[in-house]
Design a protein around this ligand. Sequence first.
Ligand code: CP3
Length: 366
Amino acid sequence: MNNDTFCPKDFPELKNDTFLRAARGEETPYVPVWCMRQAGRYLPEFRESRAGKDFFETCRSPDACCELTLQPLRRFPFDAAIIFSDILVVPQAMGMDVEMVAGKGPTFPDPLKGPEDLQRLRPKVDVAAELGYVFNAITLTRHKLEGKVPLIGFSGAPWTLMSYMIEGGGSQTHSKAKRWLYAHPEASHKLLSQLTDVIVEYLLGQVAAGAQALQVFESHTGCLGPAEFKEFSLPYLRDIARRVKDRLKESSQDNVPMIVFAKDGHYGLEDLSQSHYDVVGLDWTIDPRSARERTGGKISLQGNMDPCALYAPKERIGEIVKKMLEGFGLRGYIANLGHGVYPDMDPEHVGAFVEAVHTHSQKLCK
Ligand code: CP3
């Protein structure tokens, strides 16, 4: 690898801007499509590249991240790429240990137990030093994409990261993290603000490195009620979009769309559609027409086919896609799944999904 591949300038010209146009609500010749976790274990080449290697070591290798990001694009005509990384690199940058345990998922050996543990976090995070490896992966991948499709950068949202840092891993109830919201609201806000500051710098660094769009994952919205969402999630989501956009504007880079994906947070859909994001990502538990009505047609939408619908025979996938396109309409719409592709998915069915979106939307756009 020569030094040019890490230089965030002179990127190849973008050839397919349908995803960016749809994010901005502009007309497109067909509906663009990508899949959350499009780089993942359902691909044999992904399993081969990852075999025997530590997950976060892989995340720290720009070459490996670039290769894993490009793999799904060699198979399917996706309209966007998403950088291979993980939301939990942010808690690592703040000083926490995180391991990926096979069969268990992400695990924090020493999670935050009470407010006094906030002292264990770095008071000031040097984002470029701690997460520079992600920026290098983005720059390299943007060059290697050769302008085929735009590259999406991402971060976890404050509440989702806070809940991992307290639970120490996945959880059904998130009751340890929710205990903080009710028993230690001040410490909760302190942690959420600290996370927000790091996330803002992290997202801006990704754009400087070459990311052409940003997605913020609030994966743990479903365990909050509307009041807790309004107090502990929404203000921070808003703050992130506002601060990132203001700073991008200052540097005349205000053409980077931002997507918010608050899984299972449909009670907050109206609020999310007015939170400074360009696109709201949806899971499959909401009807496309009602999502359009509730967001007033003012914002672009992304989603939302049930990932399990990919288990259906290919013809049936086509029918489901057609209904979804009719429900969302063709303008200001990015097709995606309502969550990530499952590891046991037949890659051919992912291909059938992409093809169905392109074919049916092309016909309907005429
Ligand atoms: O293709 C892409 O979508 C880009 C890469 C990406 C990964 N993780 C790679 C990954 C993205 C965008 C994420 C985000 C992420 N990570 C989220 C938010 C999205 C969501 O799922 O709600 C969350 C909650 C995490 C935390 C995390 N990392 C989990 C829950 C897991 C799965 C653990 C398991 O064993 O199933 C991971 C691991 C992970 N991150 C994998 C991938 C491809 C699979 C593990 C592997 O490759 O060894």
